[in-house]
Write a protein that binds this ligand. Structure first.
Ligand code: TPP
Ligand code: MG
Length: 336
């Protein structure tokens, strides 16, 4: 159902909760609600997973679901599984298929402790993740999968998040041509969202090195209408606020274009370019090295948090920055 209205404050609170639970899954094996000062024993011995892409997944997920509760969402960066898991947990989707994932203190402990754990949850999105139709562990297939999902299903709409690293794969670049075959009355709508965070594993991306004009012309050349969402401000919470405003405008425009195409008008389908810092809301720098907005945010930014007291302090400050105690109550559950 569309037109539910964009409740910006609610979206910001859901994003804070999901980002907290993302960081908690990556780092914590105890003290999940930070009820006492963080100790070495609270932190997992083997820190695994990918942080950098997670805040972008959570931003897109919450804006899309708030705008259209029926929209499908394919996540190319499946390495950002903790973000997907956090959102599915908060929305109760995980609980529907896993009775241990109750939306209370025990459920929080369960998803955190068993993230990337033997016999627990995997580190990447996988078939056991509710609703997953594209694992995302192998980059390249998300856009083609999305077009396949709407083939002969004119009522369906799906958004597809594509990392700017994934955007360099031959598979994704080839799939950019599919709109020429799929756009029209017989099939559903695909809304690609390029996550322009500027970095892949350890290097800048090509799209990140292009000027906005070059990138827009490239997208236009593939037959799309480029629309921008910008989470750009030094203050991460303000950046998210601006991005939510941009998302509302971009989604309204996208759905207008989809309606026009269904009426038979010749219009190029929308393509959102979502510009964020890699690791937005995470630590800015550690030991003089830039983390937020850099490739160093890709996996675990504070590898030494268990043994290095400075890193542990940064981790505690990072977790506290989400003010999770305002969003979750032990007796009432989530208060979002
Ligand atoms: C086909 C393929 N090649 C390489 C990898 C290894 N890999 C995992 S994450 C990643 C970087 C992805 O960058 P991007 O798409 O920009 O995602 P981000 O984390 O920046 O959101 C790569 C190359 C992979 N998963 N699949
Ligand atoms: Mg990237």
């Amino acid at each position: 159902m569309t037109g539910l209205g964009f409740e910006k404050e609610k979206i910001l609170r859901k994003i804070r909760a999901a980002n907290y639970l993302t960081v908690a899954q990556l780092f914590l094996q105890n003290n999940f609600l930070l009820e006492r000062p963080l100790e070495s024993n609270d932190i997992k011995s083997r820190l695994l997973g990918h942080w950098g892409t997670c805040p972008g997944i959570t931003l897109a997920y919450n804006c899309l679901k708030s705008f259209d509760s029926e929209i499908g969402f394919v996540v190319g960066p499946g390495h950002g599984f903790p973000a997907l898991q956090a959102n599915l947990f908060i929305d109760g989707e995980l609980e529907k298929v896993d009775e241990k994932a109750t939306r209370d203190e025990n459920g929080i402990a369960y998803i955190c402790k068993y993230f990337s754990w033997p016999d627990g949850f995997p580190s990447h999105a996988s078939p056991i993740t509710p609703g997953v139709i594209c694992e995302g562990g192998e980059l390249g297939y998300s856009l083609a999968t999305s077009y396949g999902y709407v083939l002969g299903e004119p009522e369906k709409t799906i958004a597809c998040l594509i990392g700017d690293g994934e955007f360099e794969t031959a598979t994704t670049l080839g799939s950019m041509n599919l709109n020429k075959l799929f756009s029209g009355k017989a099939n559903g709508n695909v809304l690609p969202i390029l996550h322009l965070n500027g970095y892949k594993i350890s290097a800048p991306t090509i799209a990140g090195r292009k000027s906005e004009r070059e990138l827009s012309e490239l997208i236009r050349g593939f037959g799309f209408t480029p629309l921008y969402v910008r989470a750009t401000n030094d203050d991460p919470e303000l950046a998210l606020g601006y991005a939510i405003d941009d998302f509302q405008t971009a989604l309204e425009k996208s759905y207008e274009i989809f309606r026009n195409i269904k009426k038979g008008e010749k219009e190029n389908p929308p393509f959102i370019i979502m510009k964020t810092d890699k690791g937005l809301t995470g630590p800015e720098e550690v030991g003089g090295e830039m983390i937020r907005g850099n490739f160093k945010a890709h996996q675990i930014p504070l590898k030494g948090a268990k043994t290095d007291s400075t890193e542990m302090t940064i981790l505690e400050k990072w977790l506290k920055s989400y003010r999770f105690n305002e969003l979750f109550d032990k007796a009432k559950g989530f208060t979002l």
